[in-house]
Structure formats: structure tokens, C-alpha cells
Design a protein around this ligand. Sequence first.
Ligand code: G1P
Ligand code: ZN
Length: 543
Amino acid sequence: MTPTVIQTAPIDGQKPGTSGLRKKTRIFLQPHYLENYVQAIFDGIGGVAGAHLVVGGDGRYFNDRAIQVILRMAAANGAARCTVGQGGLLSTPAASHLIRKLQATGGLILSASHNPGGPDEDFGLKYNGPNGGPATEAVTERIHARTRDIDTYRIIETQDIDLDTAGETTLADMVVAIVDPVTDHADLMETLFDFDAIRALFAGGFRMRFDAMHAVTGPYAREVLETRLGAPAGTVVNGTPLPDFGGGHPDPNPIWAKDLMQAMHGADAPDFGAASDGDGDRNMIVGRHCYVSPSDSLAVLADLAHLAPGYAAGLKGVARSMPTSCAADRVAAAKGIDCYETPTGWKFFGSLLDAGRATICGEESAGTGSDHVREKDGLWAVLLWLNILAVTGKSVAALMADHWARYGRNYYSRHDYEAVDSAAATGLIDALRARLPDLPGTEAAGLTIAAADEFSYDDPVDGSRATGQGIRIGFANGARLVFRLSGTGTEGATLRVYLEQLETDPGRLDRDPQEALTPVIAAAEALAGIAARTGRTAPDVIT
Ligand code: G1P
Ligand code: ZN
């Protein structure tokens, strides 16, 4: 089997965003599209001769076909070994763990995360490096540069590999190892959490509902929750991964996980609810009649992680993405540990985790994780919550009340305006940027602006600089407003408006967040002219 060298030409728009290259599936299905990008990854990382790559995805439409192409190209480019999740499945955190455990060269993860799947929906591909984390900005730029001058790719013409049978086979000179995607990750979870305590919790009648949203986490959650922890069968719902996620939007938030929200707010609600996204890296936490915002969840986990054996020694530091609420900062300050503010996207946490500066990281977009892998990890967050619930014996609602009483409450919400005209969205951000120097000291809808800037980040470990990471407005009363454009959307532009208001008055900790944020919402409109510029009078998604 000799590699075939196929002539090709650059294809426009192969620029990775916040998390790899994400496009409409039909774009990925165009001739040479996937092949060009895979070759650009291989070339961008300096070639894969002799490499060991981990390959797997969230099971969405085209996952299996794309893996066959990647394997044939990896073999043609001289890779020594590919480790592939059985059935082509690997959750993003499980892939990150496998790369680290096997000391692989890196991995290719096929997913568009929480975006819907199917021929008319989204597909994505990203490269993770040897630390198991998303490629750094520098590597990402080299990959993108290669997409712009690519002229050939290498592939082997051969039969499909059977992805469904565990074991080793060869493709030309390359070994393909098909491995169980679940066991290693479940074993890692056992090293971090007190499984006996959680087992006792379930044995005592504690009821939980985990909504896998027909995405990749189903098998992982069943193994850990039902098989290893003894939760009753049926605790995991929508547990079979489907190529179109059952027609749903596998994003674990109150909008898209509506069934779970209803169950958790019903008369006979379980004690604890959780959900995860397409590729298993996001999480949603909801107690009986008590939704926990991701920013609050990060703060609670940072506060109480020491109750789990894996974190008993305490945390080295905490990191959050810039738009994430400052609730975690307050915990870090009380504990006297460092708190880092990074740009949006998990790739910016990697250097802090590698350097041992941060133990727990999180984003307002339902991502939380720790230094056990180099990705956010949905099931990990759920297990840490379970461990805390088991040790404290308290309900989610009681834990939240305790937390706010001690630290104050950072009321928080994100308003998304989706598929907005790209020029209008860029115009809105440009106009804000132009006014930044003049804003401090002025008022917006009655709130006094104390600070205004565009966020840039200097990585304290590797010295790299990221600019243009979102407009930040700080108000004299402790409120905060952030505007940025999504880097993961596949249609037009998505404007994200992040709203926050710190409340420390003990009598005002139990309000509806949208109501508590009304003055900040008005300030956002007054400052940015969202309605006039985008033609939208209300957000499409409020989380
Ligand atoms: C979104 C989230 C961000 C997350 C990313 C990948 O990116 O906002 O926090 O890291 O998805 O899951 P965005 O579309 O805002 O660029
Ligand atoms: Zn995801």
C-alpha cells in the first residue's frame, strides 16, 4: 500500500475558532475539505512520521467517515500508531486523558461540541497536543497558515477499518488500536473521588437524573453512576449517543435541557440533576428546585473541592475565563490562593495547569475541570458535586444559600444574539472600542462607569499575548458588563453580552437573576445600541 499524493488547492475559511475548526457539515463534506485540514494539522505540527495519535469523536453524523479518512491519511503520512475509541467514540475529556496516559504525540477530536449534528447541522475537528489540551494559539496559527498554501495531501487507498471491534490491526505500516473509550476515564474518576461515600449516598435513597442528551456522555455516565456507584438503572436518561443527538441541541443549559429543568422543578423532583453536552466536556448542575449557574458552580467547587480525596491537599490556584463571573475570585481571595483571568476558551488554561499554578478552572459556558486532564470535564464536575453532597449531607439549595451568605452573590446572566449580520455585529464592537477611552466617569442608564477596556492577556507562564478578547465595562456599584463575538458559531455572528452584579445584602440574595440584573441589561442597551444595530429587541438565548 503506497500513499497516493493528491493535488489540492487552499480552501478559504479554514481558520480554527475558539475550539478547533467548526463548520456546517455540508462544508466539511465538500471535496478535499476534510483532507486539506487534516494534512494542514499534520504539517502544522511538524509532520506525524513515527507519531502516536489518539482519534475519536462525539459520534455525530460524519464522525465515522471522517475517522476513516484521518486513519488513512495518518498512515500515509508515516504515523506509527493510532489509538481510536471503539465505535469512533471518545468524549473530549476521555481523549485528553488517553493522550496523557499513553504519552501520545497528540490527538484529533471530532466534535462541534454543543452544536446540533446532522447533514444540515455542524461538524468540527480539533487537534490536542501532547499535554492532552487544545493546541496553543501558536500551533493553531501554524495549522491555519498551512491551510493557505497547501498543494498536496497524502492518503492510502484501502478498505475501511472496523471501528467497532476492540483490538489491534494494521493499516499499511501503522498500528490501529481500537480501545474501550470508557474504562480509562472511569478509572481516573475513581482515583479522584470518594466512590464509597457516593455509593452510600445512593444506597440511602438519594435520587439523581443525568441527562446525556443523546450525546457521547451516556456510556460514561452509565458506567460510573449506575454500574460503579450503584445509582438505580434509569438514573441516566437519553443515554444512547445518536448521530443527530435525537434532533436536539446537546447544550446543557436551562434552555436546551428543558426536560431536565422541568423534572427538577416538578413536585417529585429528584435530589440532584445534571447534564452534559455533545462531546462530554460541559456540565449543568441543578438541585431540587435550584439551578446552579456555571459561574457559581465553579466558585462552590473551588471552595469545597478539598472534601474530595483528589483535592484534599487544597488548590494551587483557580482560573476562570474573563467573561465568567467573579464569584470564584472571592473564594480564591478568602483562601489566599491565586486567581487567574484568561481569555475565553480552554486552550488558555493549559499553561497554568501544566505549570501547577491552577488546580481548578472554569468558564461561564458550563465548563469546569481540573488538572486531572487538559480539557473541561462534564462528568468530573458532576462527581465532584456528588462527593461534596455526600460529605456535607446538605442539599444543593442549602449549599448555595451557605455560599452566598458567606461570599455574597454574583448575579449573572449571558444574553446571546445569534446569527446576527456579521457586519452589524463587528460594527457594534468597533463602535464600543472607539469609545473606550471616554467612557470612565460617564453614565449608562444611570450606572456610573468606573473602567472600560478591551481585554488582552499575557500568559504568565509562556509569555504569549492574546489581544482583542472582549470589551469589559466595570461599574462603580460593582456591576460588570462584557461584550464579545462568539468564535464557535457557524452562521453569521453571535453577539454575547455577559451581565453581572455583585450583591452582598443578606436580604437580597434570593432574587431572580434577570430581575436583579435589570439595570445592567439597560446599561448594555444604552452603551451598545443592540436593537438599533442588530434589529433585535431581545436575545435569542438567555442563560
Ligand atoms: C464558546 C464558549 C466558550 C467555550 C467554547 C468551547 O465559545 O463561550 O467559553 O470555551 O464555546 O466550548 P464562543 O462561541 O463564545 O467563542
Ligand atoms: Zn463541548
